[in-house]
Ligand binder design. Structure first.
Ligand SMILES: Nc1ncnc2c1ncn2[C@@H]1O[C@H](COP(=O)(O)OP(=O)(O)OP(=O)(O)O)[C@@H](O)[C@H]1O
Ligand SMILES: [Mg+2]
Length: 386
């Protein structure tokens, strides 16, 4: 408990309050009379709104509102609310002396004398334009990134998948017709086997797609690279048109890595989409997974790493473009085709996982992207079913 004695010492003389209020520059703190005219003005008010005290004292506070807000009676409403309820809060655009606008967070509190009579209102305004803009930007970025990551990948996959499902259904329907029409039990058996195989392929593919679509939260665990490739291979193949030949080479007995499996799938898809986009007509893409010992030659990394290499024989990257490819929103693709977020996401993932991404490219010959991810030290702690 605070004693009365202490409180006496704590009470500040009026001129000290004045000094305190005057020295605040991040908040506009001023007083209004009960009709809404400015009575006092601090340094913060001058800094934020641009008016000097002698220009503004005596003016109605509606001066700071936008013309539209004034027409709609917003200042009067705010004043009325404060007088009736003792306090009012507002957030919105306000106008500076030079006509520019800022996004303000406003508090209005009624001040009463000892008899309870309203003597005025204390008004505190903060300029939170930067905060609002960064919050808006962050939201937009998140939305865009999410869009770019999942929906786009799924969108790109569905074309190929629809085509394949159609093939499977064709097999199922024609085999069923033949089985119904034949008198030969051995032939009917064969047809039923075709139906079963096609149905199972369809189920596997649907499961891969669903597990990819569902994977939401960041979930770092021990991953066996070969299993991850096997579980993603169907999707990887369907990301490519028939004119592109995909060769997957996974070194046997690869060590475990500790990453988010869903993100790694997304990263591999991104690299594959880029390789695909670089190829016009016929082409080749190689996905190789092996082990590399680094001694500082790749971004100063040392030790054992699993290396995922995606190599294409597409158009390659011009030397002038090369330094920029990992920048967010950098793209050379036409509007609507690329967001420029794929490689920045790959880069972020590699860094976050303690690894690196390298590029080697020559215009006209192709591009090789190498993703290094550190080998997980404790090999017994495995979760091989991912
Ligand atoms: N394998 C590649 N071959 C040629 N150019 C590439 C390759 N990979 C990336 N690039 C170049 O790098 C740029 C940036 O790639 P990034 O994946 O970040 O964005 P994007 O593919 O343009 O768009 P998004 O991935 O968001 O759909 C591409 O626009 C392209 O110019
Ligand atoms: Mg891309």
């Amino acid at each position: 408990m605070v004693s009365a004695d202490c409180l006496d010492h704590a009470i500040m003389p009026a001129h000290r309050y004045e000094q305190l209020v005057q020295s605040v520059v991040d908040y506009a703190i001023y007083m209004l009379d009960p009709t809404g005219h400015v009575v006092s003005w601090n340094a913060g008010a001058q800094r934020i709104k641009g008016y000097r005290a002698d220009e503004v004292i005596g003016q109605h506070f509606s001066l700071f509102f936008t013309p539209q807000d004034r027409t709609e009676g917003r200042p009067e409403r705010l004043l009325r609310q404060a007088l009736e309820q003792g306090v009012a809060q507002d957030e919105g655009w306000r106008v500076r002396k030079d006509g520019t606008q800022f996004w303000a967070l406003v508090g209005l509190d009624v001040i009463r004398d000892d008899q309870g009579q309203v003597v005025g209102l204390a008004k505190v305004t903060r300029d939170i334009t930067d905060r609002r803009e960064s919050a808006l930007q962050l939201d937009a970025m998140r939305a865009q990134l999410f869009q770019a990551q999942k929906l786009e990948a799924l969108g790109q996959l569905t074309g190929g998948l629809a085509h394949d499902f159609n093939n499977m259904l064709t097999i199922i329907i024609s085999s069923a017709r033949l089985a119904l029409a034949t008198q030969d039990p051995a032939r009917a058996q064969r047809m039923l086997q075709h139906i079963l195989d096609a149905g199972q392929r369809g189920t596997e593919l649907t499961q891969q797609l669903l597990s990819f679509a569902r994977h939401r939260k960041l979930d770092v665990a021990c991953v066996a690279p070969a299993n991850l490739i096997a579980a993603t291979r169907g999707l990887l193949e369907h990301a490519l048109p028939g004119s592109i030949d995909l060769r997957v080479l996974v070194q046997p007995d690869l060590p475990l890595i500790e990453v988010d499996a869903g993100q790694l799938q997304m990263v591999l898809l991104n690299l594959l989409f880029n390789a695909r986009d670089a190829i016009t007509g016929q082409g080749r893409i190689g996905l190789t997974v092996d082990v590399a010992e680094l001694a500082g030659e790749v971004e100063g990394l040392r030790g054992g790493f699993v290396r995922f290499e995606v190599e294409d024989n597409g158009e390659g990257i011009a030397p002038a473009v090369l330094p920029r490819i990992f920048e967010p929103f950098f793209t050379t693709k036409p509007f609507g085709k690329g967001t420029g977020l794929g490689l920045s996401q790959v880069y972020g993932f590699a860094r976050q996982s303690g690894g690196a991404i390298c590029v080697d490219s020559e215009p006209g010959r192709g591009t090789c992207m190498q993703l290094y991810l550190p080998i997980h030290q404790d090999r017994t702690d495995s979760q091989l079913d991912r």
